[in-house]
Design a protein around this ligand. Structure first.
Ligand code: ADE
Length: 435
């Protein structure tokens, strides 16, 4: 049986093949401009998965090779009940395969196509959508291509948004920080994309959520016309009419979502406080465990343990410490790290970290003699591991590793809260941080 990775450019949709000896690939679930999605079964666990095969050339064309690893690392950390999980990424010469959680219930819009949803059901799915979108935005991840094909259902008929972060792999970011290039299905495209002036990923996602909510409630698109130019004009001018069965509160929310001006368009925080949205809204509770830095990541391969379990820096550590702080072997793409010297005892340093963290209502998930792990922040988007290594009898090195979003509130937890709280104990001797 030929391995699927040896197949030609287009993977056959029917024949059963094994991908990297791990996944038995079955039927084609769907395809887009540059990707095909297959159903597959994990050979070991028999679990169903979806495999999205993307042509590598398509991704790397825009000189984005360096971004791909970073984006994948971000996507792998997205864990939310309404987001399709990225389980694994595999690659061969030609393709990248994203192994995704399988959403058994199929596309949400297949259900809307049969008949429009009640206001109650529209609200339920819209709440799940906003919960997923808000979670990603707080981590600096934007979808930018929210459309019916990306809205799936699980076996309990809960919403699962797919492809979060994927569009970033195929797009360009201009020096002004705005995302560029036209993307998305015309009917779901925000007016600022049509004007091709560059756009803010968060704002265009909110617009698409507005279109989705409209369709759930109405059963048809707000901006539609057989003539594409007429359709564009309607979008650009925000010309839409809600159906007569729409309640005044929902009508008000739709007009705020489909505001053609991105500057005044409603934000996620405002949506969550909207009277129509708030009814029966249950915020998703997050368990932070999945964000933990793994225990084995604590141990640098070049460190040795002493009898009191405190790591002693060896020659390699000292050299790398004194010559420009190359922490890259310690950090993955989403982590930032800093090292400090201290004359304080490890117990004192750990004690202080715990004190400051608890004062900031963070959770201490691990506390040991020479290391401590802390998680918390908005949607648990802050994870910090502090490890202490003895340098001399009087001196220790304190390594601080974090995962947080540069744009999210988690970023400030270290900078404004924890770091100042430790200032009496730590001495900074080199560059402030590295990525
Ligand atoms: N179609 C596209 N992605 C899918 C997924 N993750 N599960 C089920 N069907 C899909």
């Amino acid at each position: 049986m030929p391995a699927i990775e040896d197949a030609g450019d287009d993977l056959p949709s029917t024949a059963e093949k094994t991908l990297f000896g791990k996944y038995e690939v079955g039927r084609l679930l769907g395809y887009g401009a540059f990707a095909k999605v297959y159903h597959a079964r994990d050979v070991r666990t028999e679990q169903s998965v979806a495999i999205k095969a993307i042509n590598k050339q398509r991704i790397l064309k825009g000189g984005l090779a360096a971004n791909v690893k970073r984006e994948i690392s971000i996507m792998r950390r997205l864990r939310h009940p309404n987001i399709v999980r990225l389980l694994e990424v595999l690659a061969n010469k030609k393709k990248i395969y994203f192994v995704l959680e399988f959403a058994k219930g199929g596309e949400l819009f297949a259900k809307v196509a049969k008949s429009r949803f009640s206001e109650h059901l529209s609200r339920r799915y819209f709440q799940q959508l906003i919960s997923a979108v808000g979670y990603c935005h707080s981590r600096g991840v934007y979808h930018r291509d929210l459309k019916p094909e990306n809205l799936l259902l699980d076996e309990n008929w809960n919403l699962k948004v797919t492809d979060f972060g994927l569009s970033a792999l195929t797009e360009q970011i201009r020096p002004d920080g705005l995302l560029h290039t036209l993307c998305g299905t015309p009917a779901y495209v925000a007016p600022e994309i049509l004007s091709k002036k560059g756009y803010d990923g968060a704002k265009v996602d909110i617009w698409s959520c507005g279109i989705i909510l409209f369709v759930l409630n109405a059963g048809y698109l707000p901006f539609n016309d057989p003539n594409l130019m007429v359709m564009y004009r309607k979008i650009y001018n925000g010309e839409f009419r809600v159906p007569r069965w729409t309640s005044p509160d929902l009508k008000r929310l739709l007009s705020r979502l489909l505001d053609t001006n991105p500057q005044t368009r409603i934000t996620v925080d405002e949506i969550i406080n909207d009277p129509w949205f708030k009814i029966d809204y249950k915020e998703v509770e997050f368990h932070c465990d999945h964000l933990e830095l793994k225990d084995d990541e604590y141990d640098s391969p070049t460190s040795t343990s002493t009898s009191d379990n405190l790591k002693v820096m060896n020659a390699f550590d000292i050299i790398s410490f004194s010559s420009g702080y190359n922490l890259s072997r310690l950090l993955d793409d989403r982590e930032v790290g800093e090292r400090f010297l201290s004359t304080a005892s490890p117990e004192k340093i750990i004690e202080k970290v715990v004190e400051v963290a608890e004062g900031e209502r963070l959770t201490v998930v691990t506390r040991r003699e020479s290391c401590v792990k802390v998680v918390g922040g908005h949607n648990c988007n802050f994870v910090m591991a502090v490890e202490i290594k003895r340098l001399t009898d009087e001196l220790v090195v304190v390594e601080v590793r974090r995962i947080d979003s540069e744009v999210g509130p988690g970023h400030h937890i270290w900078k404004d809260k924890i770091r100042p709280g430790l200032s009496n104990l730590l001495y900074k001797t080199g560059p402030a941080s590295c990525r």
